[in-house]
Write a protein of this length. Structure first.
Lengths: 199, 289
């Protein structure tokens, strides 16, 4: 039987640790992905995810169910990301590690994706990360929440504590900046072929 | 804030044209059905908005390529400390009930007990070596008190340590060690024939065992302390020797440099004199031609 988030929260509040661990299992990947995209550092994103669940667990007695558990946990994660950004005081810059073994990555991805495709995807991913790092924090967060977490404008507005129209404007401006940046950066198929040969 | 494109046909103007909010709502299909329908109706007749939406759609497609690393997270919390203990799940948990069903004398000897027994044999070896005052053969194993063979490495270590432990800081007397050896012999002799049947006075035996273990532990800790002191002394000695050697080397190097400088100076003087002489000769009337 699959419990809902609310049911698992209720059981967790009675001290059922297994229920809370089920919630973690359900939400750890989205929270980690959010943290990674916002702060751009793999290890730190993992730390933020851990801290998010730890804080949620400790704050569970105060969680009265006035919001969805997912919204609540996202809010905690975003606050931690914001703290992290303030602490580091640097623009998140994510980059493909230099020592990436492409053949190993290809093996991990399974036989359906060729090395060339993998290289192209990794490069594209790096370009997107670079472009995202250019956005102001509010725009970046709005784009991430909408694009990768499928939240509604209203949910984003609640999380960011701003009017719904502001969320839309942030999204539009963010997407416009990304479009301009990506237009110049995305290599043509011929450039791709040359890069793959170089690898 | 509305941004109306310049080339936009005024006939197509609608409250949604160029409106970022409307475009984004339509792009993500997030809005009331009426609003979305009205925007869709406008977009069908507006090339500018259609182009803009297509460009934003392309951007969204590129954004989908960005995925976070697929690392194994495995985050869990425990009720005790609410800390992530991903590794704890793989730790083996000893089955207490299964062990408790077997009588203690039939249970397999725990590792720690085996280690203690080995240490006792080791300590007995030290006592024997110290008592004899002679060299212990290091090439072969020696037979312990209960017929157990002590590995050659242990005997070597024993021989190596003997000179140090016997001479320095004898906080444990030889008599005590000999007594311990006697007790060990007696204990092992008493235990070996009765291994198939329980001893009549198990409680007393356990008390003796505990006292013995305490004693062995204290001996071991004393031995470790001595070894630590010895290591510290040796380290200090090595450092002193190195410092002395370094100073000697520095002095030698300085001496050599001085010699080289002296030799170079003399050579320079000779060169200068030779040059002066040549200049003098050349400058004389009817000099060198």
């Amino acid at each position: 039987m699959t419990w809902t988030d609310e049911e698992l929260v209720a059981r967790s509040r009675t001290g059922d640790m297994d229920s809370f661990n089920q919630l973690i299992l359900r939400w750890e990947r989205p929270i980690y992905a959010l943290a990674y995209r916002v702060i751009g550092q793999e290890e730190d994103a993992r730390d933020v995810a851990q801290e998010t669940f730890l804080r949620a667990f400790r704050a569970l007695p105060g969680f009265k169910g006035q919001a969805k558990f997912s919204s609540w946990i996202y809010r905690i994660a975003l606050n931690l990301c914001r703290d992290w950004i303030r602490r580091k005081r640097r623009t998140p810059v994510s980059q493909l590690p230099e020592d990436v073994d492409l053949s190993e990555l290809a093996a991990e991805q399974g036989p359906t994706e060729s090395v060339e495709d993998l290289v192209a995807r990794k490069e594209l991913s790096a370009v997107v990360e670079e472009a995202m790092a250019l956005l102001p924090e509010e725009q970046r967060t709005a784009v991430i929440l909408k694009e990768y977490h499928g939240m509604t404008f209203q949910e984003i507005a609640d999380l960011q504590g701003c009017p719904l129209s502001t969320v839309k404007t942030r999204l539009y401006q963010g997407l416009s900046v990304l479009r301009k940046h990506l237009k110049d950066r995305i290599p043509s198929p011929a450039e791709h072929a040359v890069r793959v040969r170089e690898h | 804030m509305k941004k109306v494109p310049e080339d936009h046909n005024s006939l197509n103007r609608s409250p949604y044209c160029g409106d970022p909010g409307a475009l984004v709502s339509y792009l993500y299909n997030d809005g009331s059905p009426d609003e979305l329908a009205a925007i869709a109706a406008h977009v069908q007749t507006c090339d500018t908005c259609t182009t803009e939406l297509a460009a934003l759609g392309d951007t969204r497609e590129v954004l989908s390529a960005w995925s976070p690393p697929q690392t194994e997270l495995g985050l869990t919390l425990t009720s005790s400390d609410a800390l992530p203990v991903a590794a704890a799940a793989t730790m083996p948990v000893p089955s207490v009930s299964a062990v408790a069903d077997v009588p203690w004398w039939r249970q397999s000897t725990p590792v720690w007990m085996q280690a203690v027994a080995a240490s006792m044999v080791f300590a007995a070896g030290i006592a024997i070596g110290a008592g004899r005052g002679g060299a212990v053969p290091a090439t072969a194993g020696s037979v312990g008190s209960a017929g157990q063979t002590v590995p050659a490495e242990a005997v070597k270590t024993n021989a190596a340590l003997k000179g140090e432990t016997a001479l320095k800081g004898d906080s444990v007397s030889r008599g005590e060690l000999a007594e311990l050896e006697q007790r060990l012999r007696a204990e092992l002799a008493r235990l070996s024939p009765s291994s198939s049947t329980p001893a009549p006075a198990q409680t007393a035996a356990r008390t003796d065992d505990e006292a013995l273990l305490k004693r062995v532990r204290s001996l071991l800790s004393e031995s470790e302390e001595r070894q630590r002191s010895e290591l510290a002394l040796r380290t200090a000695q090595v450092m002193r020797d190195m410092e002395i050697q370094r100073k000697v080397d520095m002095a030698t190097v300085q001496q050599d440099i001085g010699k080289i400088q002296g030799a170079t100076g003399a050579e320079l003087r000779q060169q200068r004199e030779l040059t002066n002489m040549l200049i003098n000769r050349v400058s004389l009337p009817g000099g060198v031609k």
